[in-house]
Ligand binder design. Structure first.
Ligand code: PLP
Length: 383
């Protein structure tokens, strides 16, 4: 059911023209030859796969990266021609389906490659793959000292074509030194590959924070951009400060009820807060089932009528309680900003996450299905 905004209890506003501006700003900060791989897994970091991906297609993304086949199929419905990388390993039961989905699996082992090769041979097709190299992430990829041998074995599999080679940084947002170590290992793998990757082969390592250490004259020709395109810098205060992006998403709820209560009234489950004096509380129409974690109990803030109000008591499944004693005016139905701007005040995702102990990626992924996505679809002039 499509409700008018005035009836929404929890919603996010996604500013698609800001998303487009962000893509242009990121591109402008990177070498011109670089391909832009838009990472849109997990429902485009909670912003909504269809609206975000189609806007990124129009804005100039070169490739897309997802985590599973249904995400790939959702992008394919929006437009043909964009290569789609599947970043997570395929399950054995998905191999056949992958061949028909026009997706590019990223593989780590000879076993995965052989299974794909056999399936592709059976369907008489040629399948593009990217080889992933583990340079210190300790997750996907073949260990970097074994990459050359695997690459040679892949060349023997007639139905596969290695269309890209990649790695992933473990600490690009916290440890530029180790990122350089990983980058060096990857570059040395690329130098040793025989036969040398063809001219069109896509060589990529960097995520949003990685591009902070991107050498302009290095061998890489693509970057995988997730968080940054949504306007969030993975580590404020870095070189990325030069990239002028702004948040795309605001998270809002409403005042459901307002009550006056006497001093010493316990608030919410577990009585973790007692009103120090007589005051007024507002009960908001969103809780942890929407994406306000219980770690904000007795510590987070929201904005109502441009003023900061503190969360008191435990956040519950469908409601959150705030102290509104200081507000001169407040009415049921008033909008409440959990993340975003209201007048001169704003709550940034970084502030929210400092209170919750989450990482920024997690905040976006925890915005639940029940939170309606509202799209602002303005156009922008091309820079
Ligand atoms: C393999 C891989 N590459 C790139 C990204 C994008 O990272 P970021 O959101 O920091 O840009 C991710 C995100 O999880 C990832 O898993």
């Amino acid at each position: 059911m499509n409700l008018p905004v005035s009836q929404l209890r929890a919603w996010v506003e996604v500013d698609l023209s800001q998303l487009e501006r962000n893509l242009h700003a990121i591109r402008a900060a990177l070498p011109r030859h670089l391909k832009y791989i838009a990472v849109v897994k997990a429902d485009a970091y909670g912003h909504g796969m269809a609206a975000v991906s189609s806007r990124l297609m129009r804005a100039g993304a070169d490739l897309f990266a997802v985590a599973n086949l249904s995400e790939a199929a959702a992008i394919r419905e929006l437009g043909s021609g964009w290569p789609i990388l599947l970043l997570s390993p395929l399950l054995p039961t998905e191999v056949r389906a992958a061949i028909g989905t026009d997706v590019i699996p990223v593989i780590s082992t000879l076993e995965e490659a052989k299974a794909l090769n056999e399936a592709a041979l059976r369907s008489q097709s040629k399948l593009r793959i990217h080889l992933k190299v583990d340079t210190g992430m300790g997750r996907l990829g073949c260990w970097h000292t074994e990459a050359q041998a695997l690459y040679r074995q892949l060349a023997q599999l007639p139905a596969l074509q290695v269309d890209g080679v990649c790695t992933h940084f473990s600490s690009a947002d916290t440890d530029p030194e180790f990122t350089r170590v990983q980058r060096k290992r990857f570059e040395s793998v690329l130098q040793q590959l025989k036969p040398a990757p063809a001219a069109g082969c896509i060589l990529h390592a960097d995520n949003s924070a990685g591009i902070d250490t991107f050498p302009k004259d290095g061998p890489l020709n693509a970057a995988r951009i997730g968080l940054l395109q949504f306007g969030i810098k993975p580590h404020p205060g870095s070189l990325l400060e030069q990239v002028s992006v702004a948040p795309v998403l605001s998270f809002r709820t409403r005042v459901g009820l307002i009550k006056k209560l006497p001093a010493d009234t316990p608030i919410s489950y577990g009585q973790t807060h007692r009103l120090p004096k007589a005051g007024r509380i507002a009960i908001l129409t969103a809780g942890y089932a929407d994406g306000i974690p219980t770690s904000l109990s007795n510590r987070g803030e929201v904005l109502i009528r441009g003023q900061r109000c503190t969360i008191i008591g435990r956040v519950t499944m469908d409601q959150t309680i705030v102290d509104v004693s200081q507000l001169n005016e407040i009415h049921p139905g008033d909008p409440v900003t959990i993340v975003g701007k209201d007048g001169r005040e704003s709550i940034h995702v970084h502030d929210f996450c400092q209170h919750t102990g989450q990482i920024e990626w997690e905040f976006f992924c925890n915005l639940s299905k029940r939170v309606t996505r509202q799209y602002l679809t303005g156009t922008i002039a091309r820079p």
